[in-house]
Each structure stands twice: as structure tokens, then as C-alpha cells.
Design a binder for this molecule. Structure first.
Ligand code: PEP
Ligand code: MN
Length: 338
């Protein structure tokens, strides 16, 4: 249930709504917008309650039910677009934010070369997995804490923020000590213990779409992060599994428009995991920007032929620099810049 307060409402009136919700055993989340304040009333039985319980309170303009499974990620709760700030870089604003780097952190040399290349080409965040959620237990699992230390060292050296994946709820504070953005991988989109733990951390987070999940399930997963008070949530479309097998996954370009319509959260696109092949990445990246994505997450390796993970879908530094140049006019055409 969404309680919309009148313009110019007082703190006392807002407190009145919060108190009424609490007295009924319900949770609340406030959206203190520039013009109006919205109070989300959260609980499993709000559907059985009359909206009049809140509509009669002083300062209340109107009360609406959100007829969707997700509440806090919904536009009904927050009409204006959310911005996520990473060391002064805003995701969801006018600038297209490009995050790029290797699939996995392999060595200091590899990571430093990647950081230099992607930064020079205009990326503003370095990616690199220290913990890799691999389909097979026999595949390279990542350098783990050693990888985190390399990320932190390269971040200092090049002055570029880093994004890396967390796979275990118990690792959240460890990874947050080294990284600027936590990544929740596709395979963990519905790992609710992980979502709750990252929600409590307040660290900016990229929530990838589960490759067999609907947009509604994805936004409802985002609610787990938002419900814990972490408002720094960025969604990432990375392709879903369909009958089509000519690319690794099918990039759901539609989801970008759907997210923009139904949610206030910023959404970026990972063309690399959707494509599965470096030759397909540029076209998909361009389509994503044209469709309204707020950024990109792209795999770039200094030497893809020697990559331990995902070499086939990784761009070389020169391919990446070319793509960045080609993206500029597309961003401009949709009123953005890179
Ligand atoms: C990744 O970005 O490193 C990754 C594993 O991607 P996904 O979770 O989308 O498969
Ligand atoms: Mn990868």
C-alpha cells in the first residue's frame, strides 16, 4: 500500500502514518521526494486491510495499492528516476556509465593492463571477478581474497572504482572492504540470503537478471535489497535462456523499456555474457544504449586468447576503444553522453 502525503506535509503527520502502520505490525519505507513524501506500507496482509485506515489520517492525500509483487522498486513508490553514486560517478543520470575489464582477475599484470586500457578508452569502472560462480566445479573458481587485494591495488594505482561479484552472504563485508560496487550474478539473483546480506551493507550493488527469470521476479528480487535500506541498486540485463541458441543467451532488449516504465531503478546491459562471442558484442552494446540503458558492463581482456575465463566473448583493448568511439554518437542521438 502506498500512502501519498499532501504537499507541505509536516513531520508530525508523517510520524502519524508510520505509527499507525507499526501499531498494525506493518513495516514502512519512506520516499522523501522533493515535492511529496510517499510512505510504503509493507506486510504480507496489507491486501486484507482497508485503505481508509491510512486515508483518514491528517496530511494524507491518497492511498493506493500497488497491484504488483514488487513494491519498493516500483514507480508507484518513487516516480522520479533513482541515481546511484559511485565515488561521484552517477548511474542513471545523463552520462552512460561503462564498466569494463576481464571476466576474472588472473594476475596483477593482467588486471593492471586491463585497467589502463579501459580507463584510457573512457570506461569509468573496472570489472573483474575474484569469486567466480562456475557451472562446473572443475573450472577456474577465481583467486578469491588474493583477487580482491589485486583489485584494491589496481584501483589505487589507476584511480578507478571497481566492481566484483559476491557469491556468499558471509563474504559481503570482506568484499565490500575492497570493492566500490558489489555484483550479484545471474545464478544468484534469487539467493535471498545473499540479497538480504547485501541489502544491509548499503554498498552500491549491480543485480544481474537471472537468466531464467521474468522482469517481475527480477524487480521483486531488487525489493530484497531495498527493503533492507540499500537504495544503491543498479539492475543489469545480461540475456535470458530461450530456444534460440545462436548466441550464448538472448538479450532481452525489451526489458530495458519495461524497467524504465515500471521501475525507478537504473538499468545497465552486459552484452558480453549475452553474446558469448566478441564479434557480437558491439552491435548489442549499441542497441542497449539506443534502447535507453544507463550503462554497460563489458568484458575486456588484454590478451583474450590467454584468458582463463570467457576469452571468446572478451574484447581486446583496441576493439573496446573502437566500440567506445562508436557508442558516442548513439548516446548523443538519445540525449545522453559517454
Ligand atoms: C560475470 O559478469 O562475471 C558473470 C558471471 O555474469 P553472469 O552472472 O551474468 O553470468
Ligand atoms: Mn564472464
Amino acid at each position: 500500500m502506498i500512502v501519498e502525503m499532501r504537499a507541505g506535509t509536516t513531520q508530525e503527520e508523517i510520524d502519524g502514518v508510520v505509527q499507525r502502520a507499526k501499531s498494525l505490525g506493518l513495516g514502512v519505507q519512506l520516499n522523501l521526494g522533493t515535492d511529496i513524501t510517499v510512505v510504503a506500507i509493507l506486510g504480507s496482509n496489507t491486501g486484507q486491510l482497508s485503505t481508509d485506515i491510512f486515508a483518514v489520517l491528517p496530511g494524507v492525500e491518497r492511498v493506493n495499492r500497488i497491484m504488483k509483487p514488487y513494491k519498493l522498486a516500483a514507480r508507484e513508490f518513487k516516480a522520479e528516476d533513482s541515481l546511484v553514486s559511485i565515488n561521484g560517478i552517477e548511474v542513471g543520470g545523463n552520462r552512460i556509465v561503462v564498466m569494463a575489464g576481464p571476466c576474472a582477475v588472473e594476475s596483477e599484470k593482467q588486471l593492471a593492463q586491463a585497467a589502463k586500457a579501459v580507463r584510457e578508452a573512457g570506461a569509468c569502472v573496472l570489472r573483474g571477478g575474484a569469486y567466480k560462480p562456475r557451472t562446473s566445479p572443475f573450472s577456474f573458481q577465481g583467486l578469491e581474497e588474493t583477487g580482491l587485494k589485486l583489485l584494491a591495488r589496481v584501483r589505487e594505482q589507476f584511480g578507478i572504482p571497481v566492481i566484483t561479484e559476491v557469491v556468499d552472504p558471509h563474504h559481503v563485508s570482506l568484499v565490500a572492504n575492497y570493492a566500490d560496487i558489489l555484483q550479484i550474478g545471474s545464478r544468484n539473483m534469487q539467493n535471498f540470503a545473499l540479497l538480504t546480506s547485501i541489502g544491509k551493507s548499503q554498498c552500491p550493488v549491480v543485480l544481474k537478471r537471472g537468466f531464467s527469470c521474468t522482469v517481475t521476479e527480477w524487480l521483486t528480487a531488487a525489493d530484497y535489497l531495498l527493503a533492507e535500506g540499500n537504495s544503491q541498486v543498479i539492475l543489469c540485463e545480461r540475456g535470458i535462456r530461450t530456444f534460440e541458441d545462436s548466441a550464448r543467451f538472448s538479450l532481452d532488449i525489451c526489458s530495458i523499456a519495461v524497467i524504465k516504465r515500471f521501475s525507478h531503478l537504473p538499468v545497465i546491459v552486459d552484452p558480453s555474457h549475452a553474446a558469448g562471442h566478441y564479434s557480437l558484442v558491439p552491435s548489442i552494446a549499441k542497441a542497449a544504449i539506443a534502447a535507453g540503458a544507463d550503462g554497460l558492463l563489458i568484458e575486456v581482456h588484454p590478451n583474450p586468447t590467454e584468458a582463463l575465463v570467457d576469452g571468446l566473448q572478451s574484447l581486446t583493448p583496441s576493439d573496446f576503444a573502437r566500440l567506445m568511439a562508436e557508442l558516442k554518437p548513439i548516446a548523443q542521438a538519445v540525449g545522453r553522453h559517454i
